[in-house]
Design a protein around this ligand. Structure first.
Ligand code: ATP
Ligand code: MG
Length: 420
């Protein structure tokens, strides 16, 4: 019995299910790689201050969910709870924004850590694929990102997702709204923590999931009524561009999202088959974040899609991804000489780009053929001493069961021809 288990709130990705995660990461990143986004990888931990300043002290992510620790050397670090602050930090550090080609478009894929109450779709270690477009204020960029995420989900066959869209205003109009909302919230009967939240970050009270709070929020001032003309025009342009691209969305004036850095465009992808953990991804514009972490003004927009919840969404819709069998040819060698020869042929097949595997462990014909079956290979190559004496191997089509002798010297070509 194994003594150790995966830590609470985590799980291992193991075959055959793990291949789905690879396919999801591939599907989400493909539209980005096809649209000028370059790959970026940053460390799994950062200075804790980056997240405190970048994500926001009052957010759940920073105040409750962050794995923060002191190193032996006395550095205050945190496991990354999200990707945007790190990517922007890295872009600033490398001066990518000074190379005269704004926006800087980047995509990433990796592990994130949040100390949450574990439940289905909510883990302490999870993975995201994300995209950031740094240094341009252009509604077409917001639209591009929403369209690419939609394309990614559609390419996976997902249909039961919805895009919720809102504008959070900018540094001109949001403070006016904030004050109006605060005035409204002060008149409500809220618990102490929520009252405190209303003073620090009143917009996030709108996001409170509790029904009694939601009931009191009926009649709260709506941000849409406070948007300045510039924000209104910007938002209308984003809406027009995604509509023209045939991407359906719903206006959701209550959508605020749990990070402090968002301005203007905010969106969330929700999936209706997931129950309470319905958000599969989200993002928006974060025009003030660069300055918050000590950089120049760099208006930017991005999103992150959760890989774990996307896999759950696939399951909820009963979607089986079309993933090719990992092995095309499985070699079954009977006897020492055959082992040596076929092992060489497997190496040759692999070099020729054919996915091949071998019956390891000195099994007999029956056990080795079982392995061949289990591998999902289209062909088995079987050889014993007698075949080899004639310079032959038996090529068995695992679908039809048909078997035919092939000259050893022609094996690689014969297999390639049949797989083509
Ligand atoms: P939620 O409201 O469900 O807590 P969030 O707003 O905190 O989500 P984001 O920070 O926007 O989530 O992260 C983007 C995506 O990452 C989410 O939509 C989700 O798919 C995924 N995600 C976030 N936290 C977790 C988690 N603890 N476990 C699994 N996936 C997560
Ligand atoms: Mg959360």
């Amino acid at each position: 019995m194994a003594t150790f288990k995966a830590p609470k709130g985590t799980y291992d990705l193991i075959p055959p299910v793990s291949v789905k995660y690879l396919a999801v990461r591939e599907a989400i990143s493909a539209p980005l790689r096809n649209s000028g986004y370059g790959y970026i990888e940053t460390p799994g931990f950062e200075d804790v201050g980056l997240f405190a300043r970048g994500v926001g002290e009052s957010t759940d992510i920073v105040s409750k969910e962050m794995y923060a620790f002191e190193t032996k050397g006395g550095d205050q670090l945190a496991l990354r709870p999200e990707g945007t602050a790190s990517v922007l930090r890295a872009a600033l550090e490398a001066s990518l924004h000074k190379q005269g080609n704004l926006p800087v478009k980047l995509w990433y894929s990796g592990s994130y850590y949040r100390y949450e109450r574990p439940q289905k779709g909510r883990y302490r270690h999870f993975s995201q694929v994300g995209a950031e477009a740094i240094g341009a204020e252009d509604p077409a960029l917001d639209a591009e990102l929403i369209i690419l995420a939609d394309q990614a989900y559609r390419s996976l066959g997902l249909r039961a997702f919805r895009i919720l869209l809102n504008s959070l205003g900018d540094k001109e109009c949001r403070p006016v709204y904030r004050e109006a909302l605060q005035g409204f919230l002060r008149g409500l009967d809220l618990d102490e923590e929520t009252v405190r939240r209303a003073e620090i970050n009143p917009l996030r009270v709108l996001d409170d999931k509790r029904p009694d709070v939601q009931k009191q929020l009926v009649g709260a001032p709506v941000l849409r009524d406070y948007l300045c003309d510039a924000c209104k025009a910007y938002h209308e342009e984003v809406r027009a561009l995604i509509t023209a691209a045939g991407v359906a969305f719903e206006d959701d004036e209550k959508l605020v999202r749990g990070l402090d850095y968002y301005t203007r465009t905010t969106f969330e992808f929700v999936h209706d088959g997931l129950g309470s953990q319905s958000a599969v991804g989200g993002g928006g514009r974060y025009d003030g974040l660069s300055e918050m972490i000590g950089g120049p003004a760099l208006p930017s927009v991005g999103w992150a899609l959760g890989v774990d919840r996307t896999v759950l969404a696939l399951e909820a819709e009963g979607i089986e991804l079309d993933i090719p069998a990992p092995t095309a040819v499985f070699a079954v060698a009977l006897g020492e000489e055959a082992r040596r020869v076929l092992f060489g042929k497997v190496t040759e097949l692999r070099k020729a780009g054919v996915a091949a595997d071998f019956s390891f462990g000195g099994k007999g014909l029956k056990g080795a053929m079982k392995d061949a079956n289990r591998s999902g290979a289209r062909f088995a190559v079987v050889a014993g001493e007698r075949d080899l004496a004639e310079g032959l191997v038996q090529l068995k089509d695992m679908e039809s069961g048909e078997q035919s002798p092939v000259a050893l010297t022609e094996l690689v070509d014969a297999v390639r021809a049949r797989l083509a």
